[in-house]
Design a protein around this ligand. Structure first.
Ligand SMILES: *[C@@H]1O[C@H](CO)[C@@H](O)[C@H](O)[C@H]1NC(C)=O
Ligand SMILES: *[C@@H]1O[C@H](CO)[C@@H](O)[C@H](O)[C@H]1NC(C)=O
Ligand SMILES: *[C@@H]1O[C@H](CO)[C@@H](O)[C@H](O)[C@H]1NC(C)=O
Length: 598
């Protein structure tokens, strides 16, 4: 079901819809201005264009310049059209139209959003993994209203299907309005401290709400202290958000865990957190998941005296929940009841103080990830023409929920054998199969299917071979091998291409990879995406599409709901026909279900 889906004929009807939209929202601010019509040419980019008159700048609804719209060079599922709105904007609807006077239009598409032009996030309507419906002719404008507004600067539209007797052809409009917010960046040692100067006249409902965005999977986000040395602390731990209560100054107590919500919250996308407390009833909401918590009775007449964000500022002597790990990332619209604390900090209000280096903008480190979506996914990268003498090194990071999967394979020169670096039983393994010689096997690490990023290195230096997981915090295994390792041909990540000299006796990899380096030089995945380097299939480049497996509210304890149902690993992935990484709890009509090959 596509709620809010409207098929609109011509401009008159379009206006009619806009008016309806404005009146129907019941007092909410109208947010449906067309955003694309007046954008300059520099705001449009695309994967390719058929000719210069089919460029992305011509993709404006109801315009006829150039060839009357955008068409890529080839019509396949690897094409995209990108619009830069100039700043983060509230987006409420999109509209598509075919290329003017042609038989080129889209029948379905995906939408991706981003703040930076990297690290895309696929938009899904609630209860649906499906694509957005497109057009049925070149003229009719089809509107699609998002059921939740999206805040983003960049939008990418990815055509999935098009008129079978035509090409991909598109004109586009985006509707929305200005978005203003107060943002602050915390570097891992800085903090914002709010001290209440007046007692509240009554102890009523307390509400704390904020949005955060981070790449770091652990750190203390928020610490609230009140009377009787009681405190509540919100901690990000391995990508999950945990709420702890601490009572008194007992040095042994490390706090009582009240609740845990979410997972993969270290994905560098914005997440909304809301804490609502009324007496001993507390609701913690992260994005769309709410957990109701009964907090200890001694907190029934408790109120917050001070709140710190980032590094814990405590006047008590409590043991920190996470020592020396503080929030590193961006925060937005941090509200305590009616107070906007970042705004007060900017205005140098006396109730708010900043410690360390806090900047009022969101500094983002951009790294390009790639998602391996299904059994046909692979990434092929040519080996270097000259590896530094005596040293061979390949490194990458990955995150997955599966216990098995191929990370990397390549052939050794002069038919000396094949190297496989793979996951099995959630451990990292290396196997070298040398023609006529015994196999070599190494293994390191464990529990690597926990959804966290793990950094893996394969090094060979002067006959000394090692595999390492997670650098200093992890494990390493090494051995002496008689020949120097090198790859003179192609390296395959995640799986094998059917048409190439590549064999994968293991499972395919499903999950995300990033930070790929050969000989310490980064592999440019954007070049791969532009088909200027290597080859790939069934990948989502510049996004990590691995899905949060935290449970629905009725099963709060385990994140292993999916794995627990079947004892075989990796089975029952539900992958939609549009190549998104499957989820366990949802099944949609157009989804296909398959078991992972053993
Ligand atoms: C928590 O959420 C439940 C369900 O939405 C609601 O009934 C309750 O009033 C909420 N409690 C607080 C303190 O907001
Ligand atoms: C403070 O942080 C900003 C953003 O990360 C950085 O550019 C600046 O150099 C830092 N200033 C100091 C004094 O460390
Ligand atoms: C790229 O991979 C596809 C899918 O396996 C294959 O059909 C194609 O021949 C490959 N292209 C090159 C240039 O290797």
């Amino acid at each position: 079901m596509f709620l809010g889906y409207k098929r609109v004929i011509g401009i008159t009807a379009l206006l009619g819809w806009l008016l309806l939209g404005s009146c129907g929202t019941g007092g909410e601010e109208v947010c449906d201005s067309p955003l694309v019509a007046n954008l300059p040419p520099s705001s449009f980019r695309s994967s390719s264009q058929l000719t210069s008159s089919h460029g992305p700048v011509f993709a404006k609804v109801n315009r006829r310049e150039g060839a009357g719209g955008w068409s890529p060079l080839v019509s396949d599922r690897y094409q995209w059209l990108e619009v830069d709105l100039g700043k983060r904007t509230r987006i409420t609807a999109v509209a598509t139209q075919g290329r003017y006077g042609s038989s080129d239009w889209l029948t379905s598409y995906l939408l991706m959003f981003s703040d930076t032009g990297h690290n895309w996030r696929q938009h899904r309507q609630e209860d649906s993994l499906e694509a957005f419906p497109g057009n049925s002719n070149a003229d009719t404008v089809v509107q699609y209203k998002l059921n939740q507004p999206v805040i983003a600067r960049f939008l990418r539209l990815i055509p999935l299907d098009w008129n079978p007797t035509g090409r991909i052809g598109l004109r586009l409009e985006i509707y929305g309005c200005r978005y203003t917010s107060d943002v602050a960046y915390f570097d891992g040692s800085s903090s914002l401290l709010y001290r209440r100067s007046v007692r509240p006249s009554w102890t009523g409902m307390e509400v704390v709400s904020l949005k955060f965005k981070t790449l770091t999977n652990s750190g203390t986000l928020l610490h609230a202290e009140g009377q009787r040395d009681s405190s509540l602390t919100l901690v990000l731990e391995k990508g999950r958000l945990l709420l702890y209560h601490q009572q008194g100054v007992s040095s042994s107590s490390s706090g009582q865990l009240l609740v845990s919500v979410g997972s993969l919250l270290d994905d560098q996308h914005w997440h909304h957190v809301k804490l609502v407390r009324l007496s001993t009833h507390l609701n913690l909401t992260v994005d769309k998941n709410t957990r109701q918590v009964h907090i200890p009775a001694e907190l029934s007449h408790w109120d917050i005296h001070q709140l710190s964000l980032g590094a814990v500022q405590s006047h008590g002597l409590q043991k920190p929940i996470l020592s020396n790990r503080n929030f590193n990332g961006c925060l937005e619209n941090f509200l305590y009841n009616d107070l906007n604390l970042i705004h007060l900090a900017k205005k140098k209000n006396h109730q708010v103080s900043l410690l360390g280096n806090v900047t009022f903008s969101c500094a983002e480190h951009v790294s390009v990830a790639v998602t391996f979506t299904d059994s046909q996914s692979f990434l092929q990268v040519p080996g270097l023409t000259s590896w530094s003498s005596g040293l061979f090194s390949v490194a990458l990071q990955f995150r997955t929920w599966n216990k098995g999967g191929l990370l990397l394979t390549f052939d050794l020169p002069q038919q000396q054998g094949t190297v496989w670096l793979y996951l099995s039983e959630a451990r990292l393994r290396l196997q070298i199969n040398k023609a006529g010689r015994a196999r070599l096997e190494l293994s390191a690490g464990s529990g690597l299917n926990d959804g966290q990023w793990h950094y893996v290195e394969l090094n060979s230096e002067q006959g000394f071979l090692s595999i390492t997981v997670d650098k200093n915090e992890g494990a390493t295994a090494h051995t002496r091998i008689p020949l120097p390792l090198t790859a003179d041909s192609q390296l395959f990540f995640g799986g094998c291409s059917s048409s190439q000299e590549c064999r994968n006796p293991f499972k395919v990899f499903q999950g995300c990879m990033g930070l790929l380096t050969l000989d310490n030089q980064p592999v440019d995945l954007i070049k791969v995406q532009q088909r200027m380097l290597g080859n790939y299939s069934h990948l989502q480049i510049d996004m990590c599409g691995i899905i949060d497996r935290s449970d629905p509210p009725e099963h709060p304890s385990s994140g292993k709901h999916c794995a627990g149902k079947s004892h075989r690993e990796g089975v029952k992935w539900i992958v939609s026909v549009v190549n998104v990484v499957g989820v366990c709890h949802q099944q949609s009509k157009r989804s296909v279900r398959f078991d992972m090959p053993d």
